[in-house]
Design a protein around this ligand. Structure first.
Ligand code: MEV
Length: 442
């Protein structure tokens, strides 16, 4: 590890991109020609595309590529779809495609949006008479709606807007802590900016109206707003997806019967329902699919992750998001998750690949995108659990990972061809690939 005394830099954001790279090379990269070459190698040759990417965020030096792939054959509510997925993890897209194909011949995925209500809160402190606060809120509630009428005008035209504002007493959690809990319908936009703008206006209105409210004494007039922000926990923005088929049409090979497969699958789900160590990995597998579609369609995967994991705890402990049953010989597998997504605004109108992804999906509404994303999550989990309770995941995963191992060992095209052929019939591990490479090279 190379250490040197580094002095803080001021005005970094004002430097030109080349100057930022120069500073970085001198300060942290030992003037490495290779690092400079790599950073510049990822610049897009089309200046307009490069500039667009640089302007998405701050201090951009280069672009970071992730593969953009397709999982075809998803039959969703009777419609056949090919789904764009952005992920670096080998075997994720292959597993989704395999599950899609499996369910395509068994009725496909049935999916339904249950509701689309988003929410946000104005968190504030009030240390006066609670009854007076209730009266104040009743008397001034319409002022809150009036205050945002210009912000909500366009959203109202599209059928959205502010749905409700409630005053919540949270003083059992934090002294003098109250909330304006506000709900929103944001139609095809994810709505983060819209919601936050409304909430900040509500906060101003709260202070203004309280200062005017005659029944408040001087101290009560000084409600203290702590913060105003949307919540990424959206348990009223829900989508439910399921697949089902007769047990007799489930997986069957020489090692395991339909019934044994169904039994083991159900037990695996039960374990994930009650055992948090397993539940986290189980749900991580679901997120492999969800994040990949969320990223490809330019949505905020951190918001989606936070909301879904919180929902996985809704009954008091972290649990599986998917569930399964067998009744009267019918295997059923389903999942209900919250998803706040948009198909207009944000990156969806800006990123050229996102626009292509949305075109591939036939320009979905936000509701339709919720359905598609949930479907891929369920498919991904089906593929993972199916592998886990039969052959294990390593066999398939390592086959898909073989190219990464070969690349990490700088295999030539000829070596790759020979070893891809060899490993069709042999087990892939890091050491077996290294051994075979050595054999060829010697
Ligand atoms: C790997 O990325 C995901 C799995 O671990 C999910 C699971 O165990 O269910 C295979």
């Amino acid at each position: 590890m190379y250490y040197q005394m580094i002095t803080p830099i001021t005005g970094f954001s004002k430097l030109k991109k080349e100057e930022k790279i120069d500073w970085l090379l001198k300060t942290y990269l030992q003037d490495s020609e290779n690092s400079e070459k790599v950073l510049k190698q990822y610049w897009n040759e089309n200046d307009a595309v490069q500039q667009l990417h640089e302007e998405f965020t701050e201090n951009t030096l280069s672009n970071f590529y992730l593969p953009f792939g397709i999982a075809p054959n998803f039959l969703i509510n009777g419609k056949l779809m090919a789904i764009p997925m952005t992920t670096e993890e080998s075997s994720v897209i292959a597993a989704a495609s395999k599950a899609a194909k499996f369910w395509q011949t068994r009725g496909g995925f049935k999916v339904e949006v249950q509701n689309t209500i988003k929410n946000g809160q104005v968190h504030f402190i009030y240390n006066g008479d609670h009854e007076k606060l209730n009266q104040f809120f009743k008397a001034s509630k319409s002022a809150f709606f009036d205050a945002v009428s210009s912000i909500t005008k366009n959203m109202r035209k599209r059928g959205g807007g502010v749905l409700e504002i409630e005053l919540l007493d949270k003083t059992d959690l934090v002294d003098d802590y109250f909330q304006l809990h506000c709900t929103f319908e944001t139609k095809d936009s994810m709505g983060a900016n819209f919601i936050n703008s409304c909430l900040e206006k509500f906060a101003d209105t709260l202070k203004e109206e309280a200062a005017k409210f005659q029944d408040f004494n001087v101290e009560e007039k000084q409600v203290e707003v702590i913060m105003s922000i949307l919540s990424n926990f959206v348990p009223e923005c829900l989508v439910k997806v399921e697949v089902s088929c007769p047990v007799s049409e489930l997986y069957d090979d020489n090692h395991i019967s339909h019934d044994a497969f169904a039994d083991n699958f159900l037990t695996a789900i039960k374990i994930a329902e009650v055992e948090p160590y397993r539940a986290v990995t189980h749900n991580k597998g679901i997120m492999n699919g969800i994040d990949a579609v969320v990223l490809a369609t330019g949505n905020d995967f951190r918001a989606v992750e936070a909301g879904i994991h919180a929902y996985a705890c809704k009954d008091g402990s972290y649990s599986s998001l998917t569930h399964a049953s067998v009744e009267n010989g019918i295997f059923k597998f389903w999942m209900e998750i919250p998803l706040a997504l948009g198909t207009v605004g944000g990156l969806t109108n800006l990123h050229p690949l996102v626009k292509v992804a949305l075109e591939i999906l036939q320009k979905p509404s936000a509701r339709e995108l919720m359905e598609i994303v949930a479907v891929v999550g369920l498919a991904q989990n089906f593929a993972a659990v199916k592998s886990l309770v039969t052959n294990g995941i390593q066999q398939g995963h390592m086959k898909m990972h073989l190219m990464n191992i070969l690349n990490s060992q700088n295999a030539t095209p000829g070596e790759k061809e020979e070893l891809l052929h060899y490993f069709k019939k042999h087990t892939v591990t890091h050491s077996s690939v290294a051994e075979q490479l050595e054999r060829i090279r010697n």
